[in-house]
Write a protein that binds this ligand. Structure first.
Ligand SMILES: Nc1ncnc2c1ncn2[C@@H]1O[C@H](COP(=O)(O)OP(=O)(O)OP(=O)(O)O)[C@@H](O)[C@H]1O
Length: 294
């Protein structure tokens, strides 16, 4: 449905996208994850044909609906008037505009607010109206730029449910977010973008199966010092994060780690106040992928 090969986008000397490759299959939700400035909007703007790539091939096979990161409306119009305008611009007949608008207002939960001015809508309501606009032409593919990120938990859930429903009815979705838990809830596959490069890609099951490893959280009485550096020299240590007096050690070989970590801690002679093992979360995987790329 969507195929991107060797996608490069530069602004002057600044290479914002550094040779991206990915595919979005028919009827899947593809979650595009990355920090602010990673290049998500740039990628979506290329997919919508709003901007041209510097290099690479992009094919989007199907009709598209697009929801920008911060959709703008004529705030003096009501929700119903705005949808009517969209229908008119798109060349629908009067009766079709009325039917489609009513359907969409119902779908996105704005029926009772249809006659209120958009200027008085909450952020969540504006986002849902933007979603209705994206759906107006009954597209096969939705391109959604951070559709839920600025919303409160309730607004987020409503938006994610709408996206899921679109997929359940046969649609294909490409959506960006910097909130992993949102993507974890609805995405079939995830691509992690960091500074213009894809650092990890796969289905949630694949990523979890391959990358979920134990993490030891060890809390010390005093500042940690040089211990992380000492541990990073060990082949069974995957990575280390330090927050205050807590050191989290990501493990690549759990069998060796079980004995070796305790031995090294004992040698280190620093008072330990707690020692716990947990499974890494998707958040840890994300942090690790981004850090390794850096
Ligand atoms: N027109 C432009 N001219 C120059 N640089 C740009 C332009 N548009 C984007 N950039 C730069 O490209 C990089 C990626 O921006 P982009 O908006 O794609 O990131 P993003 O992942 O969508 O982040 P955000 O969530 O903050 O929008 C940023 O460093 C940005 O400053």
């Amino acid at each position: 449905m969507i195929k991107v090969e060797g996608l490069v986008k530069s602004y002057g000397k600044h290479e914002v996208l550094k040779g991206l490759n990915f595919e979005v299959k028919n009827n899947e939700i593809y979650g595009f994850l990355g920090h602010n400035g990673a290049g998500k909007s740039t990628t979506i703007n290329i997919l919508t044909n709003l901007i041209k790539p510097t290099k690479g091939n992009v094919s989007v096979n199907g009709s598209i609906g697009y929801l920008p990161e911060d959709p703008k409306f004529y705030t003096y119009m009501t929700g119903a008037e705005y949808l009517k305008l969209i229908g008119e611009i798109s060349g629908f007949s009067k009766s079709n505009i009325a039917t489609r608008s009513a359907e969409l207002l119902e779908l996105v939960g704005l029926k009772k607010d249809a006659k209120r001015k958009v200027g008085g809508y909450s952020r969540g309501m504006r986002q849902r109206l933007g979603f209705a606009v994206a759906l107006f032409n009954k597209p096969q593919i939705l391109l959604l730029d951070e559709p839920a990120s600025a919303l409160d938990p309730e607004g987020r859930k409503e938006m994610l449910d709408l996206i899921q429903q679109f997929k359940n009815e046969g649609g294909t979705v490409f959506l960006s977010s910097h909130i992993l838990s949102d993507l974890e809830r609805i995405a079939d596959r995830i691509g992690i973008l960091n500074k213009g490069s894809m650092v990890l890609e796969g289905s949630l099951e694949e990523i979890k199966g391959e990358y979920l490893l134990p993490i030891y959280d060890i809390e010390f009485e005093n500042p940690i010092g040089a211990l992380p550096k000492r541990l990073l020299a060990e082949a069974w240590v995957e990575d280390i994060q330090v927050k205050g007096t807590v050191m989290s050690v990501g493990i690549s070989n759990p069998i060796v780690a079980k004995t070796e970590l305790l031995r090294i801690l004992a040698e280190n002679n620093q008072p330990v106040t707690s020692y716990q093992v947990r499974k890494s979360s998707l958040e840890d995987i994300y942090m690790r992928a981004v850090k390794e790329n850096a």
